[in-house]
Design a protein around this ligand. Structure first.
Ligand code: GRF
Length: 216
């Protein structure tokens, strides 16, 4: 049986890409990482993909005069082979609504905050500065508005008294690496539906426990 075909778009290190590659290496994982595209020629994630024998492409945004021309090049690379879903994983380009529409309900992103809080950059320091008790990360479908769209999964991480943006980033990334393969698995299995801008699951165990910080 053909597995669910995934393209991962990156701009840098690619640690989330690596988590997806590692998960997809398991024979019973329902998705295959079929293509990795970077907009930066020096992205380490390209090396990770090549090592895993995945087709790669570099589409350097600096070589295109407009965002639309860059996205046309992206789209032509993405349509060279069947792709069921795009996973943005540290892809640092804003996408035009026209491109987002082409991949409506077929493109997801991981963001290092508990959306809709802390959209944009510098999420860890902003959460520490605000003194909030929890930070986290979110996987969501991509819509034209940045860091918005139906939420698929979130992980909550308590902010410790001595946390710096670096230590918090490390804790959150550990959760990202667990969550991205888990979310992709659910989508590939067909158990995730998007309806009325919200995600619903065929069957899901939410548990009843609240997470309180500090612990009572
Ligand atoms: C992740 O923290 C993700 O939340 C954000 O960009 C970072 C990418 O890291 N969108 P990596 O390239 O996967 O290591």
């Amino acid at each position: 049986m053909t597995k669910f075909q995934v393209a991962v778009l990156i701009s840098g290190n690619g640690s989330n890409l690596q988590a997806l590659i590692d998960a997809a290496a398991l024979s019973d994982y329902p998705a295959e990482i079929a293509l990795v595209i970077s907009n930066r020629p020096d992205a380490f994630g390209i090396e990770r993909a090549q090592k895993a024998g995945i087709r790669t492409a570099v589409i350097d945004h600096k070589k295109y005069e407009t965002r639309s021309e860059f996205e046309n090049a992206l789209q032509s690379e993405l349509t060279k082979q069947p792709i069921d879903l795009i996973c943005l994983a540290g892809f640092m380009r804003i996408l035009n609504p026209e491109f987002v529409e082409l991949w409506r309900d077929r493109m997801i992103n991981i963001h290092p905050s508990l959306l809709p809080a802390y959209k944009g950059l510098n999420t860890f320091q902003r959460a520490i500065d605000d003194g909030v008790r929890f930070a986290g990360c979110t996987i969501h479908y991509v819509v034209p508005e940045m860091d918005a769209g139906p939420i698929i999964m979130q992980a909550v991480v308590p902010i410790g008294q001595n946390d710096t943006k670096e230590t918090l980033a490390k804790k959150i990334q550990q959760q990202e690496h667990k969550m991205y393969p888990a979310a992709l698995k659910k989508i590939a299995n067909g158990s995730v539906c998007v309806r009325d801008d919200k995600v619903t699951y065929e069957s899901v165990d939410l548990g009843d426990d609240a997470v309180i910080s500090p612990i009572l």
